[in-house]
Each structure stands twice: as C-alpha cells, then as structure tokens.
Design a binder for this molecule. Structure first.
Ligand SMILES: Cc1cc2nc3c(=O)[nH]c(=O)nc-3n(C[C@H](O)[C@H](O)[C@H](O)COP(=O)(O)OP(=O)(O)OC[C@H]3O[C@@H](n4cnc5c(N)ncnc54)[C@H](O)[C@@H]3O)c2cc1C
Length: 474
C-alpha cells in the first residue's frame, strides 16, 4: 500500500500502534461526512490514540509536520465541525478509545471521565453511585463527553442544570503544540485568575483537544412528574411555565414546546409515536419536574397548577403522565418530531435563542417572514422554550422541488438570523458554529468581540492547525 512508505503516517503508527491509524477508504468514509450529510471532506488518516500521552504524541507530530488536526468524538455534531476540509491535508483524531472513568467521588459529587466516554455511560455511572449527571440529549447513546464539552451542548435539562459548560469543574487539554494542561480540579470554588477551562468549552476543537474532565454530580431526584398539555398560544405557554415553576418550587427541569404540525409529522412517519391528546390544537408543551420528597407531592403540585392554568384558559387540555412508561412515550413523541421532518422533504434549520420573554414576538415575525419568502413552506418551530431556544425548522411546501427549496437555505437563514439579532438573540443556541455558521457569525458580533476571539485563537494555535475552517479564522 502506498501510504505504508509515508514517513509521517509511519510516525503516527509509531505513536499509537499501526492498527490505530486508519487509511482504508471504506473505514474512513463514515468519518468524512456529517450526521445530516451536508458536509463532506477528505483526510490523510484517522488516528485513534488510547491515552492522553498518545494524544499529545500525535499532536506533537502533527505540529512538527504542520498537519491540521480535526478532533472527532461521537460524530453527532450538527454544524460540520467534526468533518475535515476537502483539501485532504488533515488527520482526524478520534477520541473513542479514551473511554475510562478515572474517578467517582460521591462525597465530593464529582466524576472524572475521559473525553471518549459516551454521554449515556456517564449518566449510568452516576446512577450506579446514586447520583445524577443531568446533561441529556437525543444523541446521548452516541455522542461523547469530549464532543459535548467542545460544543457546550444544551439538551433537555438546561432549564434547571444549565448547559454542558455549567457541569464542568476541571479539564485536561492537549494544546496545539502537544503540551498537556492538567486542569483537572475538583473544586467548587477557585478564584485564582482567568477561568481557562471555559475557553476550551464551546471552542469546537479549535484551541486544543479535551482529553478528560471533572464533572459535577447531583443528588438523584426522589420523584419525577411529567405532563403533556395543549396551550392556547405561545404567550400562554410562558404563563404556564411561570405557574409550574412557582407550584413546584422551581423544580422544572424541562419545558418544551411543540407545534401541531410537528406532531402530525411524527405520528405519520415514526412507528410508535402517538398523540396524548387526540383533538388538534396549535401548540403543545411537554414539561418535567424533578425533586420532591418521593411522596407524590410533586405530581400533585404539577397537576394542580395545570388545573389552575386550565381554568385561566391558558391550558386547553392536559395529560399528566401516570407512570414512567407514559412519560417515556411523551419524550419519544418529542424526539419523533425531530426524526419525522426528514420524511417530509427538505428542511431548512435554525438553532436560535432569544430572551424567553421575546419568544412569542420572535415567532410572530419569523413565521410571517417564512410565508412571505416561500408561500406554503411549513415551519416546525419546536424545542426548549424554557431556555428561549427554538429549533426553527422550515419544511418545504407540499409537492415542492426539494433542491430548489434547499437552494434558499442561506437566504432564509440570513432573514431569520436578522430577526433573531433584532430580538437580542443568538444564531447558534446549542449546536455551535462549525462550518455551518462560520460566515454568519461576523455579521452579528462586534469587530472588537471578533478580534478578541481571533487573539485567543492566535495565542493557542498560531499555526492554525486545530480544526481549521471552523468557528473563526486566526
Ligand atoms: C439526534 C440528535 C439530537 C441532538 N440533540 C442535541 C441537543 O438537544 N442539544 C445539543 O446541544 N446538541 C444536540 N445535538 C448535537 C450533538 O449531539 C452535540 O453537539 C454533541 O455535543 C456532539 O458530541 P459528539 O461527541 O458527537 O461530537 P462530534 O460531532 O464528534 O464533534 C463536535 C465538535 O467538537 C469537536 N470535538 C469533539 N471531541 C472533541 C474533543 N475531545 N476535544 C476538542 N474538540 C472536540 C469536533 O471537532 C467538532 O467540532 C444532537 C444531535 C443529534 C444527531
């Protein structure tokens, strides 16, 4: 094989073992295309180090040879951040073999994990110790904690516990020159200067490779109460959220909004998805509270608040989950809304956030804009209303030409992002920038902010070798 005589690849083989340097085209192929199949790239090799020292050795070799590195975790990212560029110069550094739990300190409520640990396995390890690790998203069976931190993932429990960023006490990072920063502190308080770990969280692999992290654990809630409800409109949904927060003593962990169209798509295309409320309404919420005393009081509080909201005309119908199975069915329906959209043709995506109070006005404007731009287009705005984060997705009009519809992706993004900006929002609430939003970001950040970002990038990665073409150029 030609690459057998490539001295650079041989040096990588020397660092991690020949079987952990993949150059076979068929084995490489899935690593060269993103989850949504929007981005494709090329790479010299996929390298799979098994320890932090091996990561450092690979990074040093790449730095010496000036070879770009693309970190890859579970490869579920939605913005093309983990896909190499088309020039084929980069190596992909996969973290899958860095998958050990290094420590679990129940008394300190911390777990120390390597970057390649699958999110679900961390949740399970916490549960085994009678603790909760609250980060939760639909990709949790595949995504890795390194990827979650690199993208500052959000998910369904942000309302109560915050984003991935809020779960981190310490990090271990291999810097772009191959040095290892051991910042694995297990402290809740540490005011000794700049909080450097925050720079690497949400950096999408552009400043270094996260190899391990100390994460916060929480007490496991004694009780969980889940409900699905139809609401009068979006402002009513916000009033209901306020009522539920008050009634449950701030125990809400999730507050999701779903439109009728999303439910219709889900029931039509996803086996097992069922509507809890047969009668059609324009908007629904799915909410969950966790905490309580384990005596059913939380469920009672949730139900009485929903009843009060019903009497006030904010809730039109409500179904509290009677057991864990029914709660799971509600969440299954929520995830089915995501899956179902692809069966209805092209879908133009937006992952936006506005201040929670501004969501109704934002939706009014954005929905009107979509209809003005592409009459008959079918918006499916859904998501984490409690965080002001909507996946404002727009499905093509029935019978449309998919290619022609998708050709308007950037034009529609620009129009919706302009509205988001006017409401003081963010054009990437939880998925990151990657390749997808790299050229949009400069439209919305002040020159000073962009220059501070570039200065950080230049400081850590002066040669621009860490995940080039993503987030920001040096
Ligand atoms: C069905 C589905 C549902 C999703 N739901 C949500 C959701 O609710 N909330 C949400 O926030 N996201 C969601 N996502 C997006 C995605 O799952 C998250 O962004 C996730 O955090 C990515 O983790 P990963 O391990 O797959 O990372 P990858 O896709 O492998 O990588 C993502 C980025 O991080 C970089 N990276 C990966 N590992 C490291 C590392 N160790 N060090 C430095 N950089 C690294 C990569 O280079 C890339 O830029 C969803 C995705 C899917 C497919």
């Amino acid at each position: 094989m030609a690459d057998r005589s490539d001295p650079f690849l041989d040096s990588l083989r020397g660092a991690v073992g020949a079987s952990h340097v993949v150059t076979d085209a068929a084995a490489l192929a899935p690593h060269l295309i993103d989850w949504r199949k929007r981005y494709t790239g090329e790479a010299r090799a996929l390298v799979k180090p098994g320890t932090t020292e091996e990561v450092a050795a690979v990074v040093r070799l790449c730095a010496e040879a000036e070879v770009p590195i693309v970190p890859q975790g579970g490869h579920t990212g939605l913005v093309g951040g983990g896909v190499p560029l088309k020039d084929g110069r980069a190596v992909i550094l996969a973290t899958a073999r860095l998958n050990r739990v290094r420590d679990l300190d129940a008394a300190n409520n911390t777990i120390t994990v390597e970057a390649g640990c699958i999110l679900q396995s961390i949740q399970a390890a916490a549960e085994d110790a009678d603790r909760l690790f609250p980060l939760s998203l639909a990709a949790e069976g595949t995504c890795q904690i390194g990827g979650n931190l690199a993208t500052n993932a959000g998910g369904i429990n942000v309302l109560r516990y915050g984003n991935a960023r809020e779960q981190v006490l310490g990090l271990e990072v291999v810097l772009p020159d191959g040095q290892v920063w051991d910042g694995l502190r297990r402290l809740r308080k540490d005011n000794t200067g700049y909080d450097l770990k925050q720079l690497f969280i949400g950096a999408e692999g552009t400043l270094g490779i996260i190899t391990a992290a100390v994460l916060k654990l929480y007490p496991r809630p004694l009780e969980t109460a889940t409900a699905f409800a139809a609401v009068r409109d979006v402002p009513a949904a916000l009033s209901v959220m306020a009522r539920l927060q008050e009634a449950t003593a701030q125990a809400l962990v999730s507050f999701e909004i779903l439109p009728q169209r999303g439910l219709d798509f889900a029931v039509k295309h996803v086996e097992g998805a069922q509507k809890p409320i047969a009668e059609p309404y324009e908007w629904y919420i799915l909410t969950e509270a966790a905490g309580g005393h384990g005596d059913g009081g939380l469920k009672q509080a949730l139900e009485s608040a929903l009843m009060a909201a019903y009497e006030a005309g904010e809730v039109l119908d409500a179904v509290p989950a009677e057991n864990a199975g029914q709660a799971r069915a509600f969440w299954f329906l929520r995830e089915a809304v995501v899956e179902a959209q692809r069966h209805e043709g092209g879908s133009i995506k937006h992952d936006i956030a506005v201040p929670v109070s501004q969501v109704p006005a934002f939706l009014d404007e954005a929905l009107a804009k979509v209809e003005e731009m592409i009459p008959g287009a079918r918006p499916v705005p859904f998501g984490h209303l409690g965080d002001g984060n909507l996946h404002f997705n727009v499905t093509e009009p029935e019978g449309a030409n998919t290619a022609a519809f998708l050709a308007r992706w950037e034009e529609m993004n620009a129009a919706i992002h302009d509205i988001v900006h006017r409401f003081g929002g963010s054009i990437s609430a939880e998925h990151g920038v990657g390749q997808l939003k790299r050229t949009e970001i400069p439209r919305f950040k002040a020159p000073l902010e962009l220059e501070m970002m570039r200065a950080v990038k230049r400081t850590f990665d002066p040669k621009g070798l860490m995940n080039p073409g993503k987030v920001i150029d040096p």
